[in-house]
Ligand binder design. Structure first.
Ligand code: AMP
Length: 298
């Protein structure tokens, strides 16, 4: 038995209508495929809160900018289907671009303030593309609980706000980031890293862990925490888009001292070689990302 896979919207809707008619609650996990344990964790959460779980696999062209990695993004559908089956997914929706954008994409969801900071300036149009495709997927799947990773923290906030603003019948849930044993966040893009780049990438969770340790020891100066993070990542990064301390709800920048008394999102985006990696943690709330890590000298 292979997992039930629909390429057409009408077919997926038939399955979901049938499930709802029998009283099932729908859980939905949108992905771009190249599935890993992070995605599986989202499926587990969806299974916990619903009866029938649908995973979508769609590399959405409208969220990639010119010169980004749309063409070479890993596409591994047969492996993804096996993973879905092993994870107990009930339905997979794997449309072609023409099924999602039959007449191009004249209509877009405009995203507001939450899309402006962090990745916003570095990936113009990205969150509009994300919000548009997720709105379409929510319209296709219908009432459900949709599960997203906090790895893509800004995306999660944008999608939550979009679902609220558009009054969509979807409950959005966020799941903590799944990491490798050394702390690196799982990502489909990690497959791009050469072995030497992969070893450099461990500086990212170490930087976040060092910021946690410093925050736990009482450091409340944004400049000191940012300097600490830069001390770890600057030597290994090919380029840095941002390292930022922001309000975890509004994503507005956090300043010095008093601001940092409440939980604060530390988020970063950088390139190692040509691979763009993002990560984040909420100081004062999340577990440190690299549990065994100790800052030298502490
Ligand atoms: P993607 O396929 O990369 O677009 O991601 C699909 C979903 O999986 C998004 O909600 C991501 O935030 C989530 N995700 C990706 N990596 C991880 C991870 N390491 N831990 C938890 N969720 C993740």
């Amino acid at each position: 038995m292979t997992v039930e896979t629909s390429h057409a919207i009408a077919e997926l809707r038939r399955h979901l209508d049938r499930a709802r008619a029998s009283g099932a609650r729908i859980g939905f996990v949108p992905t771009m495929g190249a599935l890993h344990r992070g995605h599986v964790r989202l499926v587990e959460e969806a299974k916990r809160v619903s009866d029938v779980v649908v995973v979508s696999i769609f590399v959405n062209p409208t969220q990639f900018g010119p010169g980004e990695d749309f063409a070479r993004y890993p596409r591994t559908l047969p492996d993804d289907l096996s993973r879905c089956e092993a994870a107990g997914v009930n339905l997979v929706f794997a449309p072609e671009a023409l099924e999602m954008y039959p007449q191009g994409d004249d209509t877009r969801v405009r995203v507001g303030k939450l899309a402006e900071p962090l990745c916003g300036p570095h990936r113009p149009g990205h969150f509009e593309g994300v919000a548009t495709v997720v709105a379409k997927l929510f319209a296709i799947v219908g009432p459900c609980t949709a599960v997203f990773g906090r790895k893509d923290y800004q995306q999660l906030r944008v999608v939550e706000r979009m679902a609220t603003d558009l009054r969509l019948p979807v409950t959005v849930v966020g799941v903590p980031t799944v990491r490798e044993p050394d702390g690196l966040a799982l990502s489909s893009r990690n497959a791009y890293l050469a072995p030497e780049e992969r070893s450099r990438a461990v500086a990212i969770p170490r930087a976040l862990a060092a910021a946690h340790a410093s925050f736990a020891a009482g450091e409340r100066k944004a400049s000191a925490l940012l300097a600490l993070v830069h001390g770890h990542v600057d030597p290994v990064a090919t380029s840095i888009d941002y390292v930022a301390l922001v309000d975890p709800v509004t994503l507005e920048p956090r300043g010095e001292s008093r601001d940092l008394d409440s939980p604060t999102l530390l988020a970063l985006a950088l390139r190692i070689g040509v691979t763009r990696l993002i990560d984040n943690t909420v100081l004062g709330l999340d577990e440190p990302p690299a549990p065994g890590f100790r800052e030298v000298g502490t």
